[in-house]
Ligand binder design. Structure first.
Ligand SMILES: Nc1ncnc2c1ncn2[C@@H]1O[C@H](COP(=O)(O)OP(=O)(O)OP(=O)(O)O)[C@@H](O)[C@H]1O
Length: 284
């Protein structure tokens, strides 16, 4: 489904959470939505999910506004950090409700994930640990098979092994059947390798939208005698640098060809480091 964000602003009692944001997500991909605290990520995801209205502008999904539009909301699943489900319901009731709501629901996948996360179907939501509650969110998000599935920091309380399991399942399911996945996270180093495209919000504005491959092509480490490297990086965007025994390595964001033609040693840079740098820088 095509998502068009047209001049979207959202103001909460004087706080501008989103400020004239425009971009397009034309096709199913895994999108990373990054930004510092308060950058406007959750607000954007809530407008996209049809939960709230923009103050100005609109989001169109295949040309339609998702607000109060059941046909569209059946195609969108938003899983947030905790509080996804009514506290007095049992796990099995929650699953039944979502199975009924989403025409694309995959019960086989849900059953598989319930086993994987060892979820007790008869437990009440309020009795679940934070991690178990997050696991239920992940199961619902994955099994919904919603053409637009949005995860907003969905892993509170999940340990590293359970998060890894989630990333593996997500990638496996995505490979089997492409859908638009929007993933907002502060654990960039864990998930950035999954992203095909990255969007960075800064103070309610779009600071960057780029394909991961393009970012990868622009990030490199350059090494050589300190004086040569220092001269080369002058005026360039340096992410980080270190020196040892007269030699220097600098991580640079820019045109890699320039480094190659300068006769210095050039290597790729881990994409995680670049995304963390850009998020911090754009959010600074
Ligand atoms: N319901 C609300 N009422 C008032 N202000 C709000 C409300 N929701 C969000 N805001 C404000 O809007 C701004 C953007 O918040 P939002 O939750 O969208 O950011 P975020 O990028 O998701 O942040 P985080 O990474 O901390 O979750 C913040 O300044 C926040 O305080």
């Amino acid at each position: 489904m095509k998502i068009e964000v047209n001049g979207v602003s959202k103001t909460y009692k004087g706080t501008k959470a989103l400020d004239h944001v425009s971009f397009t997500l034309p096709e199913p991909k895994i999108y990373g939505l990054l930004g510092r605290n308060g950058a406007g990520k959750t607000t954007f995801m809530e407008i996209l999910s049809g939960h709230i209205l923009a103050t100005e502008g609109e989001i169109l999904i295949d040309g339609e506004n998702p607000f109060d539009n059941q046909r569209l909301t059946e195609s969108i699943c938003l899983i947030t950090e905790g509080n996804n489900f009514k506290k007095d319901l049992k796990v099995k009731h929650v699953l039944n409700i979502y199975a009924y709501f989403y025409p694309t629901w995959d019960q086989e996948l849900a059953d598989e994930l319930i086993k994987e996360y060892k979820l007790n179907l008869n437990a009440k939501i309020k009795a679940l640990s934070k991690g178990m509650s997050s696991a239920l969110g992940i199961i619902v998000g994955m099994a919904s098979k919603a053409p637009i599935t949005i995860f907003d920091e969905p892993y509170i309380g999940l340990d590293a092994a359970a998060r890894k399991k989630f990333y593996d399942i997500l990638l496996e399911e995505y490979e089997a059947e492409k859908r638009t996945i929007i993933f907002s996270t502060h654990l960039i180093d864990e998930v950035s390798l999954m992203f095909e495209e990255v969007l960075i919000l800064q103070d309610g504005r779009l600071a960057l939208q780029e394909e991961t491959d393009t970012l990868r092509d622009h990030a490199y480490a350059v090494s050589g005698p300190t004086a040569d490297v220092e001269q080369f990086v002058m005026g360039k965007e340096v992410i980080q640098s270190k020196q040892l025994a007269g030699m220097m390595t600098a991580y640079v964001y820019g045109n890699v060809q320039q480094a190659k033609s300068a006769g210095l040693t050039v290597e790729g840079l881990p994409i995680q480091e670049l995304m963390i740098y850009l998020t911090e820088k754009k959010g600074a």
